[in-house]
Design a binder for this molecule. Sequence first.
Ligand SMILES: *Cc1c(COP(=O)(O)O)cnc(C)c1O
Length: 404
Amino acid sequence: MDQIKFLAGRANWIRGSALAEVMKKAAELRAQGRHLISLSAGDPDPNLIPREALGELAGEILQEIPQSVMYTPANGIPELREELSSFLKKYEGYTTDPSEIIITVGGTGAIDLLGRVLLDPGDVVITENPSYINSLLAFEQLGAKVVGIPVDGEGMKVEMLEEKLRELENRGEKVKFIYTIPTGQNPLGITMSLERRKALLDVAKEHDLLIVEDSAYNFMRYEGEARPLKALDDEGRVIVVGTFSKIMGTGFRVGWLIAGNVIGKKVLMEKSPIDFCAPTISQYIALEYLRRGYFEEYHLKRALPGYRKKRDAMLNALKDNLPDAEFTRPIAGMFIMLFLPEGADGMAFATELMQETGVVVVPGKPFYTDGSGENALRLNFSRPEEEEILEGIERLAAFYRRKF
Ligand SMILES: *Cc1c(COP(=O)(O)O)cnc(C)c1O
């Protein structure tokens, strides 16, 4: 039967991730019994997450709160919105009324909903180049055009943003918002400087654009300062996307969106027929996680030093084994971007590396908005064990030196 004729026109914009091939290959090798060292994850470390404490919470909640297995309000359970409002005030430095917070199915749910409410086909979204592949796909699947702005060690190059905005405006393009991951950027691992943050807000004001601040890694910062854009915003121009994924685990599927009244109302109406509510049991677990001080006790005191140690292990291994190579030095997040020599094919490198050495890395190219980034590789240091990091980088470096 020919199914194609049943597809919506919109389905033409659904193209899937270019990373699927590499991940499929890894799954095949694993199925053949091959032991792989994965530096390709997008997850935190399950051993740095207090699984036992969370298990106890889950047991208690399931037994004592009948509502925990039921539908709850589309914008989230009120207790969690209240607790989160205090949490954001304490750790992010801005005030948000609990009524402004919408609890979503992860940060992913928040980004998708925003796109649905804000974007018409043909609208332009500005991002960093490169940016988080899932967000790029979400915007493109709605028919939006993504325009990436180059990044240096201080984050998005705001001067180039201004130039690009003028060019787009002269062409009559409709730019809706600037999507940025200012802290611990995925995939680069770069954190935007305070000066750049202020400059970005100024440009958004001058061109009357919204900023969507993806704060996925704001709570995975190992050193330095990183004031949220939202805390610098005095006119309600910044929309916040947040998540418990990198703190509590990516499987809980609890995130949040702070979008302001008009947009928030539309988001909420759009949300109900899509997911009814974010997983209720996960919302109660997140609530108790905050209420009982687990964020301080487990995340700040134990998990963060563990991630910092793994980051240092990977940075040192890269420095020792590939002293001439170029790579980013993150102060936050879960990733380091490694650049192969100019002109190298990162896709081919990643595939051969996996086959020959059993080390899995993610090619950077699919994260770039303009087809560049051929020589980039994204390395994850949060998920693998320290020994795997050392062994993985050694094998990668040996392979690299054979190639170049
Ligand atoms: C992990 C991540 C998210 C959120 O993922 P969820 O699991 O859906 O909360 C959002 N943005 C970036 C850049 C991420 O890396």
